[in-house]
Design a protein around this ligand. Structure first.
Ligand SMILES: [Zn+2]
Length: 55
């Protein structure tokens, strides 16, 4: 399946199947582990970080 993967600077790997899902997953990870970044990362920033992944 084709999806998206982001390797966060903290070492967490966030994966999702769609753009909407990767944005939601990264926002959730940021809220949990990088609260200082909440509100500073846009959807465009997240998608720019995302790489397409083939599983
Ligand atoms: Zn992180």
């Amino acid at each position: 399946m084709t999806g998206f993967v982001i390797n966060c600077e903290c070492g967490r790997i966030v994966r999702a199947g769609t753009e909407d899902e990767i944005v939601a997953a990264v926002e959730r990870h940021v809220a949990e582990d990088h609260p200082e970044l909440v509100g500073k990362i846009s959807r465009e920033d997240i998608l720019a970080m995302a790489e397409e992944a083939d599983d």
